[in-house]
Design a protein around this ligand. Structure first.
Ligand SMILES: Cc1cc2nc3c(=O)[nH]c(=O)nc-3n(C[C@H](O)[C@H](O)[C@H](O)COP(=O)(O)O)c2cc1C
Length: 301
């Protein structure tokens, strides 16, 4: 069985990756997960400067999912280069570094500095973060999305994956803008804005009031985005949203994702990705397939 997948110029061992923000910087998972079994890992978003993130509480469990408002808590690029990257680049799997900037120029600076570093397979742009000039998330606006991807591509030799937000009326023009600007793949989707209320105290549960919903609750929503965008753009898609079981993986692949990222499931079942990889050959065989690639986008709708 050929489990390998092609994401633009990048060949991955298999289509199971771990999503940014749910796998730390790899070290945290070293005793639990065999990195050599994974298609790739995507560490937590890094920003140019360190960020403390939002006030506590910043996550809460919800039915079939969770809300988080971590606020891109991270130690910044310099610390990543000095401490995390030397470790991450030794791991026997693809490394996709996820970045966020407050402006297109900041995204480009991060991309340029990372592109000088050995051992990085691709960059993922977290476009679901606020643009400091306008307050809006970059990926809610096709023009801003285009600007960021274009400026990054101009200074960066690495493949670029644009990670989009689902919190928009129509994602297709935004996906097209990212592709027109040169994105090599699209990661779909980030979390859905929601909130949780403690009615007894008449207060929001998250200090930030709103947060991003993730986990099994969002799977049908994420599937719709993947299916819709896969029909509209020619680049590979990484499906993200609630993926927990082998059925979930196959659903995303058939709907048009070339690979998937597992997020929240890592928190309640840290070995989940190992089982998904192990079960893939049998699931593919049950479709009469000999490779992952041949079932991608095979949905008859
Ligand atoms: C606690 C937490 C932190 C996250 N942090 C990031 C992040 O730093 N950067 C990013 O691009 N996405 C981040 N995400 C979003 C996930 O990568 C993923 O897109 C989303 O959770 C949907 O997938 P899931 O339902 O499998 O979790 C985070 C998600 C969670 C739950």
């Amino acid at each position: 069985m050929d489990l390998s997948v092609q994401i633009g110029s990048v060949r991955l061992r298999n289509p199971i990756l771990v999503a940014s923000g749910t796998f730390g910087y790899g070290r945290e998972m070293a005793d639990i997960v065999q990195f050599s079994q994974l298609g790739g890992i995507i560490p937590k978003t890094i920003t140019l400067e360190p960020r403390a993130g939002n006030a506590l509480p910043r996550s809460v469990e919800t039915p079939c999912g969770m809300l988080n408002a971590i606020g891109l808590d991270n130690d910044g690029l310099a610390h990543f280069l000095e401490y995390h990257l030397p470790y991450l680049r030794t791991l026997p799997t693809a490394l996709i570094v996820n970045i966020a900037g407050k402006s297109a120029a900041e995204f480009a600076e991060l991309a340029q500095r990372l592109s000088e570093q050995p051992g990085i397979t691709a960059l993922e742009l977290n476009l679901s973060c606020p643009n400091v000039a306008g307050g809006l998330d970059f990926a809610t606006d096709p023009r801003l999305t285009f600007q960021v991807v274009e400026q990054v591509k101009r200074v960066c030799r690495l493949p670029v994956w644009a990670k989009l937000t689902p919190n928009v009326t129509d994602i297709v023009p935004i996906a097209r803008a990212a592709v027109d600007a040169g994105a090599d793949a699209l990661s779909l989707v980030n979390t859905f804005v929601g909130m949780a209320v403690d009615w007894r105290r008449r207060r929001p549960i998250l200090a930030n009031v709103t947060g991003g919903l993730s986990g099994p609750a969002i799977k049908p929503l994420a599937l719709r985005f993947v299916w819709q965008v896969a029909r509209a753009v020619p680049v590979p898609i990484l499906g993200i949203g609630g993926i927990t079981t082998l059925d979930d993986v196959l659903e995303f692949l058939v709907a048009g994702a070339s690979a998937v990222q597992v997020g929240t499931a890592n928190f309640f079942d840290p070995t989940v990705t190992m089982r998904l990889v192990a079960g893939l050959p049998e699931a593919l065989a049950s479709l009469g397939a000999q490779s992952v690639q041949e079932i991608v986008g095979s949905l008859q709708a």
